[in-house]
Write a protein that binds this ligand. Structure first.
Ligand code: SAM
Length: 322
């Protein structure tokens, strides 16, 4: 079992397989041109898998593949199958924008994928286009439907933004309810790459909007999910991910691996260690030691900003996998 320096059990590994993305979401990506990490600096699937095996052997029970856009990396289904074949009890999930799901969903399901989380920020084509800076909505909806048809469980992630999609939250909730998806509204997390125009809604503001149409009650937390769930009178549950709340980090159970082999204990914390050399040298003991050291140094609370309000973490969400 993996326990961090603050007595939290860490059993969830997020693995980013690429920082590249086919969308340019305002809340995540810079508007100015920027360059990607060269492909040769990325760990191969075999090397990522070597570390995942170490992590599973040490106590990781849930692995989520993310990015950038993970479906952009060729052969993802083979990588998923490697993990599934190693331990088919692992809760194996993927976070995607769904754009490539129409052609990939069946292969992913066949490889052993159990669940997907999809970003869906708007149901209006022009607004979705404005957020992703690409005409995406039709293909995204088709991708989600294909995933549902092949039997993948679906959660929707939506980042509410002022003046952009805040008038659609009830529509998105109702769409998800009708389709049988769980929806989680994520408070916008400030970061240096996001558009300066991006302004998020707080959990309270999101609740106020939904309360205009629905009565709902808070559900007591029973696990380490980052989402605070709420239940409508008919029993449908939606979630809000509230990273700005003081107790958000108390149940954190996760650690993140980037595509270039950096092991990150927290989204908003600069210190991280690379497992690249250890893995490339097949030094499994060293990789396990690095994992334990990173967890020992996992901060009790994210270091969101310095006291003067300046941001401390320069890492991009598309690099860490969100
Ligand atoms: N491309 C995939 C996708 O669109 O879901 C996976 C990568 S994306 C970085 C993972 C998650 O991070 C998405 O749910 C996205 O909404 C969330 N995310 C990215 N930037 C964010 C921000 N500034 N605040 C809150 N959530 C953010």
């Amino acid at each position: 079992m993996l326990i961090d320096g603050h007595n939290r059990i860490v059993d969830y590994l997020r693995v980013s397989v690429t920082e590249r993305c086919n969308f340019r979401c305002q809340y995540c990506m810079p508007e100015k041109p920027f360059s990607w990490v060269p492909k040769e600096n990325l760990l191969s699937y075999e090397d990522l898998f070597k570390f995942i095996k170490v992590a599973i052997d040490e106590g990781i029970k849930k692995v989520r593949i993310t990015g950038g856009e993970p479906l952009l990396r060729e052969g993802l289904e083979n990588f998923i199958k490697m993990i599934y074949d190693y331990d088919n009890d692992i809760d194996l999930a993927l976070t995607t924008n769904a754009f490539l799901l129409p052609q990939c969903a069946q292969k992913l399901k066949d490889a052993g994928l159990k669940r997907i989380n999809v970003s869906l920020d708007s149901l209006i084509p022009e607004v979705a286009h404005k957020i992703a800076q690409k005409n995406v909505l039709g293909t995204v909806l088709k991708g989600i439907q294909t995933a549902q048809d092949v039997g993948l469980k679906i959660k929707i992630n939506c980042v509410p933004m002022k003046g952009v999609n805040d008038n659609e939250l009830v529509d998105i909730l109702e769409h998800c309810k009708n389709k049988g998806y769980t929806v989680r509204f994520i408070e916008f997390m400030e970061n240096q790459q996001a558009s300066e125009m991006a302004k998020g809604l707080s959990s309270d503001e999101i609740q106020e909007i939904i309360a205009k149409k629905y009565n709902f009650k808070k559900v007591e937390r029973t696990d380490s999910s980052p989402s605070q769930d709420y239940e409508l009178e008919d029993g449908y549950r939606f979630g809000i991910i509230e990273p700005h709340k003081d107790d958000f980090c108390a149940t954190c159970n996760r650690v993140r691996l980037t595509a270039s082999g950096v092991l990150i204990p927290c989204l908003y914390f600069e210190d991280a260690l690379s497992i690249k050399e250890a893995i490339k040298a097949n030094d499994i003991d060293k990789a396990a030691q690095i994992l334990k050291l990173v967890l020992k140094n996992k901060p009790e609370k994210n270091k969101w900003a310095e006291d003067d309000g300046t941001q401390t973490s320069t890492r991009a969400f598309y690099e860490t996998g969100g």
